[in-house]
Design a protein around this ligand. Structure first.
Ligand code: THU
Length: 164
């Protein structure tokens, strides 16, 4: 019997300062917009900033609702706005950060499954990797993932909907 070991990679940096200035700037944009999140129930503020291929930056934050499932994560707010306004522009990268006045968040945020799936849809559609940068306001640590495929391993694929 043959065994194949597969690996999924990401990079961990001690400090945001180790990122390029463009990447560092994108994390800062995510951090700034997180402060305007509408998160009265969780008090967990998330910001997302994505850079399009023409250099435009689109930002978003989480929007909650008293009927909890009606709210939406920051990543999908930014993603859906970007693709509704600029459907033909590829997404180069997305930075995501979290902050709270109520409790300490000292680890980089790691996106929920639904947001990973939404990101993957656009990466597959555009045929070019989306880089993901994960940070938090109360920690210098950042994680960098070079493709959504490394963020959502073993994902469901369109090819499964056809004869194989
Ligand atoms: N949230 C995000 O916006 N992005 C994530 O990656 C994880 C969670 C939001 C949803 C909800 O408003 C709050 O954070 C707590 O789950």
């Amino acid at each position: 019997m043959k065994r194949i070991e597969h690996h999924f990679n990401y990079l961990e940096y001690d400090s945001r300062e180790e990122l390029s200035s463009d990447d560092n700037n994108l994390v800062e944009r995510a951090s700034v917009i997180s402060k305007q999140a509408y998160a009265p129930y969780s008090l967990f503020n998330v910001g997302a900033a994505l850079r399009l291929e023409d250099g435009n930056i689109v930002v978003g934050n989480n929007q909650e609702n008293v009927a909890y499932p009606s709210g939406l994560c920051a990543e999908r707010v930014a993603l859906f706005y970007a693709k509704s306004q600029f459907p033909d522009l590829r997404i180069k990268e997305i930075a995501i950060t979290a902050s709270s006045d109520k409790f300490t968040i000292n680890q980089p945020i790691t996106p929920c499954g639904a947001c990973r799936q939404a990101l993957l849809e656009y990466e597959n559609n555009q045929g070019q990797n989306i880089k993901i940068i994960l940070g938090s306001d109360q920690s210098e640590k950042v994680l960098v993932i070079n493709s959504v495929k490394n963020l959502l391993p073993l994902s469901f694929e369109e090819v499964k909907l056809k004869n194989q």
